[in-house]
Design a protein around this ligand. Structure first.
Ligand code: GRF
Length: 220
């Protein structure tokens, strides 16, 4: 039998979250952290006025701002960003409304431990204006996807999606609001999977609990 002093709780997975704006996904991640077995070590924004910074401060999480405007090119900004992130020694880097295209050096530095949430059912509608584009395409379902980040914009292996019906009265705004609500449920679940050590990026796609996930993998 182990002496009581041999028992210890494994330390939670440390996560750095990158934002550019409101940070409502960050808020959802903050609220689920202890239950999900992860700890948000820092929040980094490329915009000084991002409301997500206020959310982080209120939760007692260290913040940093690194303006891309101060850098001559993407590579220099990304390498400064990498230094800031790596100071916190995260196991996972989470993009939560971080409105930057990432250099290949950045993506390969964090390969397999960099995830993003995107407001569409990938591979449909990568890029911006996803809600308007979904309406223009007359889709009957729309939603959000969490994926590992690779060099292809919004193109890395999908980990999980959640879909909602599109109704005739929908506008880009109404769709955005309903999708965002689902993002707030989806993202903490995926981060908790990663924290448990069960989620990996492989050449054949995302793998959870030893099962390779199809890109259509949908969760409640
Ligand atoms: C979300 O719709 C997310 O999918 C996209 O940017 C938005 C960020 O919203 N990548 P918030 O800053 O988390 O409120």
């Amino acid at each position: 039998m182990n002496a009581p002093s041999d028992h210890h709780t494994p330390s939670p997975c440390s996560v750095v979250v990158l934002i550019s704006g409101s940070g409502s996904n960050l808020q959802a991640l903050i609220e689920s952290a202890s239950e999900g077995g992860y700890r948000i070590a820092a929040v980094v924004s490329n915009k000084a006025d991002a409301f997500g910074l206020t959310r982080a401060k209120e939760a007692g999480i260290p913040t940093a701002v690194l303006s891309h405007l101060a850098y001559a090119n993407r590579e220099d900004f990304d390498s400064a960003l990498t230094r800031i992130i790596d100071n916190f020694q995260p196991r996972l880097v989470v993009l939560a409304g971080f409105m930057r295209i990432l250099s290949s050096a950045f993506v390969s530095h964090y390969a397999g431990r960099l995830i993003n949430i995107h407001p569409s059912l990938l591979p449909d509608f990568p890029g911006i204006n996803t809600h308007q584009r979904a309406l223009d395409a007359n889709v009957t379902r729309h939603g959000a996807s969490v994926h590992f980040v690779t060099e292809e914009l919004d193109g890395g292996p999908v980990i999980a999606r959640h879909s909602i019906p599109v109704v005739p009265a929908d506008t880009p705004e109404s769709l955005a609001a309903r999708v965002l609500e689902q993002e707030h449920r989806l993202y903490p679940k995926v981060v908790a999977w990663f924290a448990s050590g069960d989620l990996k990026m492989t050449e054949r796609g995302a793998r959870h609990a030893n099962i390779t996930l199809p890109h259509t993998h949908e969760i409640e």
